[in-house]
Design a protein around this ligand. Sequence first.
Ligand code: ZN
Length: 274
Amino acid sequence: MKLLETLEKRFGFLAVPNVVLSIVIAQLFIYAAILVGQVDYASVIFDAQAILRGEWWRLITFLIAPPYLAVTPFQALFLAFYWYIFWMTSQAVESVWGAFRFNVFLLLGLFFSIFGVLLGQLISPAPSLGMTSLAISMSVFFAFATYNPNIQFLLLFVIPVKVKWLAWFAGGFMALSFLFAPSMGYRLLILAPLLNYLIFCRSELTQSLQNRQRQAQFKAAKQAEQAEALHTCTECGATEKSHPERDFRYKVVSNDAICLCEECRLSESDAVTS
Ligand SMILES: [Zn+2]
């Protein structure tokens, strides 16, 4: 990401902090305008065929249009949730990267998404492809999950779930949608909005996966070692395999045989005598 550092030095002053908060507020305003009949929802959403016919304003308005109009209370609740998560995750990622880097991330995501959907529309002409700001917020969510994998969300306000599991679930769902997509156009629609995430977070993602693998290997090796060992010191966990130079003895404490290595026996008797 050397290019990004060079760009930040030259154009860092152009960075706009808290862009997503502005997007969320704009969506709320547009939502209100739709409710009072000032704005026609159908004319502001992303409709690839309409855009290719020349309704280019949709390239901007889709971003400040709500992802859907809620009919049931549950849908309204979910929409409120969506706005909150979009804002909260972007705050967290922006605080790690700084405003400039986060701006570039969003702009690239926007560019890839728009380009991907329009290209997909040209490849698979019918039906018209569409997308919402969800395409952008997903890549922000994945970036958030990569940096904060163990933060817990309360699913439906009660069930605690780690962010990494939500991200894996969403990723798995997208992979399935990709596999069973009806056309190449749909595949582009699913894949394109994630390219910015892959560019920005690839190294962090592979690093955390490698760490997991290493931890698992270490744990397995340790377990295998302990399983094989005849004597395991109850104080320090040393075995005759890990510390072959030590002498292991047993003593009975309240009817339980306790194994101690000579190191621990020495320090125990030191503690008693001093
Ligand atoms: Zn010991």
